[in-house]
Design a protein around this ligand. Structure first.
Ligand SMILES: Nc1ncnc2c1ncn2[C@@H]1O[C@H](COP(=O)(O)OP(=O)(O)O)[C@@H](O)[C@H]1O
Ligand SMILES: [Mg+2]
Length: 367
């Protein structure tokens, strides 16, 4: 693996796109620094501006404002074929009349590489995606996963300055999608190719990315490592979009001397928790369902944790997890996901004690 540097290899500055005949910008003042060799996921719901951002980086779409700096140079005025970027789209856009090998070699031919160079690098790319034995086939004779790998090889064979992937896995079935995540990530790390990866799938982003940029309405709401995005969501939107979340309303929020917050919850009482800087007044505690403990009201119960009484109003079973929909004494809904054990678990109507560790709660402001 090549050495990684922490200075940004790709810097996006004040990037903006307003499509003709529209009022609201599709991408609004996006700033992003991507270190060399990293895979950064652009994650957000449909229509938030992911593809628009990626197409501007690629040179397929002209920004309304802003800079795209690759390796120290602003590339905004450079046409797509002079940017040397590799792209993979949701529809693989392979040439149907060409073989796998010809599809992969195409980019090198466009660059007028020498014959031996084309042969060597095509063979190298075929090996990287393990398709050497299928090099004579045409795209229609391949499975979806194999076509995906051809598209990836075709993007990587030119040794791209950046690899740009737009929802590359969304046409594959669930099992294959997970396998391809590992494969793409492995190849990306092995080749140390700086990569922007567009997805609306939070699991995919958490699983694959060094860092995630959460995009909402054309704006980056948070940029951080998967763990920071999940544990310290900057906004309610981020907490809701990445992972499952309970939101417990709190008031009387006050900042302590070490950055901690004292808060008051109607049902759980006074707590000290970590939270988004700048929170004040009122807000909500994010508590992930798998960190909520639920026990029969008659069972022995660790009394020191913040605890509320409630009732089971729904349940689900997915083999590894039992999920409980709870209603607390004040009417608040909560969800608890427990690793399943052998036995029946709790039943609908059971009265329960609901608790969590204050260290597992995180305050977001109600902005
Ligand atoms: N060619 C276009 N003309 C006008 N509006 C567009 C065009 N392409 C995309 N949009 C709008 O820009 C916003 C962002 O779109 P897009 O970048 O495709 O989102 P995403 O990839 O996150 O789903 C959406 O509101 C979309 O409707
Ligand atoms: Mg898109």
């Amino acid at each position: 693996m090549m050495e990684r540097s922490d200075t940004a290899y790709l810097s996006i500055r004040g990037l903006r796109k307003i499509y003709p005949k529209t009022s609201a910008p599709a991408v609004n003042d996006v700033n992003l620094d991507v270190p060399q060799g990293d895979l950064v996921a652009l994650l957000g719901p449909s229509g938030c501006g992911k593809t628009t951002t990626l197409r501007m980086v690629a040179g397929l779409l002209e920004p309304s404002a802003g800079q795209i700096i690759v390796n120290g140079r602003d590339v905004v005025s450079r046409p797509v074929n002079k940017r040397g970027m590799g792209m993979v789209f949701q529809s693989y856009a392979l040439f149907p009349h060409m073989t796998v090998e010809e599809n992969i070699a195409f980019g090198l031919q466009m660059q007028r590489a020498s014959r031996p160079e084309i042969a060597r690098r095509t063979a190298e790319a075929l090996e990287m995606v393990q398709l050497g034995h299928l090099k004579g086939r045409r795209p229609a004779e391949l499975s979806g996963g194999q076509q995906q790998r051809v598209a990836l090889a075709r993007a990587l064979v030119i040794h791209p300055t950046l690899l740009l992937l737009d929802e590359p896995l969304s046409n594959l079935d669930a099992k294959l999608r997970e396998a391809m995540r590992r494969e793409i990530r492995g190849i990306q790390q092995q080749s140390a190719t700086t990569t922007l990866f567009v997805t609306h799938d939070q699991d995919e982003a958490l699983d694959m990315a060094d860092r995630i940029a959460i995009l909402n309405n054309g704006v980056i709401e948070q940029y951080g490592t998967p763990a920071v995005i999940y544990e310290n969501p900057a906004t309610r939107f981020v907490a809701n979009f990445v992972g499952k979340a309970n939101f417990l309303p709190v008031d009387e929020v006050s900042l302590g001397s070490r950055g901690e917050y004292a808060v008051r919850s109607e049902v759980f009482g006074r707590l000290t928790v970590a939270g988004t800087p700048g929170s004040a007044g009122t807000g909500a505690l994010v508590v992930r369902p798998h960190r909520v403990t639920v026990a029969d009201v008659n069972s022995e119960h660790a009394g020191s944790l913040p605890t509320a009484r409630g009732r089971v109003i729904g349940s689900s079973y997915t083999g590894d997890v039992r999920g409980y929909d709870l209603r607390l004494e004040n009417g608040q809904s909560m969800r608890a996901d427990q690793l399943s054990t052998v036995g029946a678990g709790l039943a609908i109507g059971d009265e329960v004690l609901v608790s969590f560790e204050p260290g597992d709660a995180y305050l977001v402001s109600e902005g």
